[in-house]
Ligand binder design. Structure first.
Ligand code: ATP
Ligand code: MG
Ligand code: MG
Length: 355
């Protein structure tokens, strides 16, 4: 059972046609926003308190989500893409509540949906990648550059290397001595920055979801089909290689991101294969040959980049990612680099799946 809930003020509930008797509970396993499920005998909805530390301009998230929703709704009417999409429920004066009531926005509860935390089977990986691929495909004719860039430099590898450089120079927490080898290895991979920039110069800019981990899509209860891509907060203009790469990064290891069993952290080839098949099927007829070939670099870049971010935070004294034990960020960084190295080791088998 969830511990005593901070009650939502009656006027917030009233804004969405709930009386104070409605049942309110914390919901899901999100790390960024605070997610509530509110229900009574008539309706259910998701209410989220937007994390304004991470998203200082919540109105931009809401604007992006509305534009995407509009676009996807039209597509759905044409019967092209069977995805059920989040719906913002309007109050009289807008789509979210702000000011003293923090930054709250509501989403229609997608009923009959189920999210999982760990990928266990290739079928789950396939369904997830198909869903994110269909989501991307439905937005392929959306003017990506009209979305707000809600977080600048989010997937800018050069910028992440610069942040690592700064952390090394400052050595604020005095930890450089413990992780010099890992630091050196990351630095030795810097050529990826230019490789990525050159590749991207020839790719179309696309709507990127930017957080394509497994609990950001929903499966249908009954047959495990993907029914929705959710958590649209980081949707921004970008390149599909990042979305594919983040799926590989978050789905392929049998171990959690912060596993204490680094020897078991690896890329499961059968999961990688299922992700490649699902994503390419979702984008069939739309993804260009250059984009297909860029996906491999996306997988490498995402593992390396998130590894660098964890390492940077470790050097800075754990200011960004929440830590629950000593060297937590260092362990996360090591695990990401293991995935990166395992991609390199399996390149001959895996890369051709994307050709
Ligand atoms: P993250 O840590 O991935 O950034 P977050 O804090 O942004 O997560 P969400 O992913 O938006 O939060 O929501 C948290 C969880 O709540 C989801 O994983 C999902 O299980 C559930 N959820 C969110 N929106 C809906 C919805 N519209 N219908 C049903 N379930 C939902
Ligand atoms: Mg989420
Ligand atoms: Mg999120």
């Amino acid at each position: 059972a969830v511990a005593a809930m901070p009650l939502l003020p009656a006027d917030v509930l009233a804004a969405y046609q709930f009386t104070p008797e409605a049942t309110v509970r914390l919901f899901g396993n999100g790390h960024i926003n605070r997610t509530y499920l509110i229900e009574n005998s008539i309706q259910k909805l998701i209410l989220q308190q937007i994390n304004t530390q991470i998203f200082p301009a919540p109105q931009q998230l809401v604007d992006n989500a509305l534009r995407i929703e509009q676009h996807l709704t039209v597509k759905q009417q044409q019967g092209l893409y069977p995805l059920q999409i989040l719906r913002q429920q309007a109050r009289q004066d807008g789509h979210y509540l702000s000011g003293e009531q923090a930054d709250l926005r509501a989403l229609a509860f997608i009923d009959g949906g189920r999210s999982i935390e760990v990928v266990e089977t290739p079928a789950q990986a396939f369904a997830a990648a198909l869903t994110f691929g269909q989501f991307a495909a439905a937005l392929a004719d959306f003017p990506a550059d009209e979305l707000h860039t809600v977080i600048a430099d989010f997937h800018n590898l050069g910028f992440r290397f610069c942040q690592l450089d700064d952390a090394i120079a400052a050595n604020k927490a005095g930890r450089l001595v413990d992780c010099q080898e890992l630091v050196n290895y990351c630095q030795s991979q810097r050529a990826l920055v230019t490789e990525l920039e050159q590749l991207c110069a020839d790719l179309p800019r696309r709507v990127c979801h930017n957080d394509t981990k497994i609990n950001n899509m929903l499966y249908s209860d009954a047959e495990g089909r993907g029914i929705a891509a959710i958590d649209l907060d980081t949707c921004m203009p970008g390149y599909w290689l990042f979305d594919f790469g983040d799926m590989v990064r978050t789905c392929c290891s049998p171990e959690p991101e912060d596993s204490l069993n680094p020897a078991a952290v690896r890329i499961r080839p059968e999961i990688f294969t299922a992700l490649a098949q699902g994503y390419l099927q979702g984008l069939a007829g739309i993804i260009t040959a250059a984009e297909r070939q860029s996906l491999w670099l996306g997988a490498k870049v995402m593992c390396l980049m998130i590894g660098i971010r964890f390492l940077t935070d470790h050097l800075n004294g754990d200011c960004y990612f929440a830590v629950h034990r000593p060297n937590h960020n260092l362990q996360r960084a090591e695990n990401q680099l293991r995935l990166y190295l395992d991609l390199l080791a399996q390149q001959d088998q895996l890369q051709p799946l994307l050709k």
